[in-house]
Design a protein around this ligand. Structure first.
Ligand SMILES: [Zn+2]
Ligand SMILES: [Zn+2]
Length: 414
């Protein structure tokens, strides 16, 4: 059975407790849940027994060997990283460090620090939550103390936000307050940062209208909207310095615009390595929104953007979450096939008339909390695309004609 995200994090946390021996006292003191060495070892023995496929005992043996000298330690760090930080080299000489940061509870983002002859760049800036800030400071310290890199948050030249989702850009306020870095984001997502409060209010209205048409009753709408608003109270509007377009070069790296998951989503090509953000991820399929809520998103854009990156000469793909991807084309094909199956499931669910909320229930079952909104958006993206392709029609057109605020029900065209 595949390892769950939770098990991965527990294994990683226990290894981090042991790897912390490589850090200075000051940095070690800043570690959050510092397990002592004995508990970490006990935890790893238990986790190894629970998950025999995870190679916990081999890695533990390698870690013990790393105590014997520099070369063994370098081998361990090369294979497993240190406290979650991993180092990669791109053709052309750029060095890339993956810095994992917990942006929301149990939600980890990969932030990348890229050093090349032209300067240093941060790809994504985390959520700006206290945990994310602390995590990022710790990973920068690891970059200096274990990897010997001159990596400092306050000395970054460019902070590039891959797209306007809070786990990726919420730290932009810290960039503005604490660094001299130029803040860069694609032009289609620039407004989200610059006019965040205005946009949040408008989007909440759009979501409310959408949920109404989708068959959400008042209680559901109020619940989902209060969660949507609650998640976005902290951010202050910040004006980007650079508005990116497809094909732009930034410190010599190429911006690749890949709308779909988000209108202004960009990947960055650093030599033969691609930072793919949420466009292509190793395990999960990126969340989709209907264009009715988010213009320039939607499945038509997503499929086109998958095709766009599939043929790029990329040796290694580093996602905004999860592990590195070694075969980009194969992963793109998997994601596209998965999404097409979901479209077929949606069409099957609509052999009888259903609203979007009912389709979401049929596809994903009852969801708790924010997951409910995500399920409705995902189902909505599928329904919208199938409708645009002419595979669906409105089942209750008389009612839609008559009513001021109708729930729209769809059914497959036969
Ligand atoms: Zn995202
Ligand atoms: Zn993300």
């Amino acid at each position: 059975m595949a390892l769950s995200g939770r098990a991965r994090r527990r294994i990683q946390r226990a290894f981090e407790a042991l790897e912390a021996a490589w850090l200075s006292d000051a940095t070690r003191g800043a570690l959050a849940s510092h397990l002592d060495e004995r508990s970490a070892r006990r935890e790893l023995v238990d986790l190894g027994a629970e998950h025999p496929d995870a190679d916990v005992s081999t890695r533990l043996a390698e870690l013990d060997a790393s105590l014997t000298g520099e070369a063994a330690r370098a081998r361990y760090v090369e294979r497993h990283g240190a406290l979650g930080v991993q180092r990669f080299e791109a053709a052309g000489g750029a060095v890339i460090l993956l810095l994992p940061v917990e942006t929301f509870p149990d939600h980890v983002n990969n932030i990348y620090w890229v050093r090349s002859a032209s300067g240093t760049l941060l790809f994504d800036v985390g959520s700006g939550s206290p945990t994310a800030r602390r995590d990022l400071a710790l990973r920068f310290a690891v970059a200096r103390e274990v990897f010997g890199e001159p990596a400092r948050f306050d000395e970054v030249d460019v902070a590039l936000v891959s797209h306007a989702h809070l786990d990726h850009f919420g730290g932009a306020n810290d960039v503005r307050d604490e660094t001299r870095a130029r803040l860069a984001v694609h032009e289609l997502d620039a407004r989200v940062l610059a006019c965040f409060s205005e946009r949040s209010i408008l989007v909440a209205k759009d979501i409310d209208v959408y949920l109404r048409r989708a068959g959400g009753d008042l209680a559901l709408r109020q619940k989902l909207l209060s969660m949507y608003k609650g998640s976005r109270e902290r951010f202050r509007d910040v004006e980007p310095d650079l508005r990116l377009k497809d094909g732009d070069r930034i410190l010599g790296h190429e911006v690749v615009h890949v709308p779909g998951h988000c209108p202004g989503l960009v990947c960055l090509r650093v030599g033969d390595v691609m930072l793919s953000s949420d466009h292509v991820l190793a395990r999960i399929t990126p969340h989709q929104f209907p264009q009715a809520i988010t213009p320039f998103a939607g499945l038509e854009h997503y499929f086109a953007s998958l095709a766009k990156v599939r043929e790029l000469p990329v040796r290694l793909t580093l996602g905004g979450h999860e592990e590195p991807i070694h075969d980009l084309a194969a992963r793109v094909d998997e994601i596209a096939a998965f999404t097409r199956r979901r479209l077929d499931d949606t069409a099957a669910a609509l052999s009888a008339p259903r609203s979007v909320v009912e389709v979401a229930r049929a596809l994903f079952g009852e969801q708790k909390g924010y997951g409910d909104l995500l399920a409705i958006e995902e189902a909505g993206a599928c329904v919208e695309y199938l409708h645009a392709l002419g595979r669906l029609k409105v089942a209750n057109l008389d009612e839609v004609t008559r009513e001021v605020d109708p729930v729209v029900r769809y059914v497959t065209r036969t």
